[in-house]
Design a protein around this ligand. Sequence first.
Ligand code: DGY
Length: 319
Amino acid sequence: MQKIFITRKLPDEIVDPLKEKFDVKMWHSEEIPMSYEELKTEAKDAHALWTMLSDKVDRELIDSLPNLKVISNLAVGYNNIDVEAAKERGIVVTNTPGVLTETTADLTFALLLATARRVTEAESDLRSGKWKSWTPMGLTGMDVFGATLGIIGMGRIGEAVARRAKGFDMKVLYHNRTRKIEAEEEFGFSYVELDTLLKESDFVVLLTPLTAETKGLIGKRELGLMKETAAIINVARGGIIDEQALYEALTKNKIWAAGLDVFEVEPVPMDHPLLTLPNVTVLPHIGSASIHTRMAMMQMNAEAIEAVLEEKEPNNRVV
Ligand code: DGY
């Protein structure tokens, strides 16, 4: 029987059907991740590896798994996997695009609104007894309605965010490797160069994948181009913003606020300087975290693994 190894505890209703055809082994915990060494040992006979975005699947790990045929990642992003190393060995890599688009766009908008209107700061003030009276200028934020939104990375999620922005009467600018002429015409987005987007936007939203080209895309120079009243929202991957440069831009009032669902190191260390700033709204990487969407993502992974192990073409193949 071919072996599947799953790096985190997943719901029985998703995993049980696979047990009828394959030998399935699963890590015991949903919350505590496996270490790299544990993964190497536990998965050593696996024909299929079902990974989380927090698992580092590098060349060394791939080369240590002689039977491996497929790696299926529970995320649309796959920067945690050395796809070149997989490709060289003829190992299929799959991800979960499409099903998480609207859910991630919802969260992007929630974080944008929360950052603009200081929602988490306001809640924490109330809970800690700081609400003494209604104040004329207390906890005042920025308007979202009618503002200019700049989206960096206009893929499926970018388009879904832009559609939501129309309901807030926002002007939508975008920057992407390729122009989206049809969407521009249909929804009225405007393509601009990166620097123009940074200079003109009230809210800059990052939605690019993390690649060699986008690593550190937003650094000191780019943050310096933004309006002092603007906020940056990152729901993509931590490495796209230089966190030290972001901290400096926020403390020197070069920009007004940041909303972060992702960090360079996750979980973000509790002594991270960004966590000391009240104008930073933070979330623990929950972009796709709705019950329906996570179940759909898992189902997609299960189907892809089954397809590869049965020598069929899987959906959502990355390589
Ligand atoms: C993804 O799928 O890449 C998201 O970051 C998960 O929330």
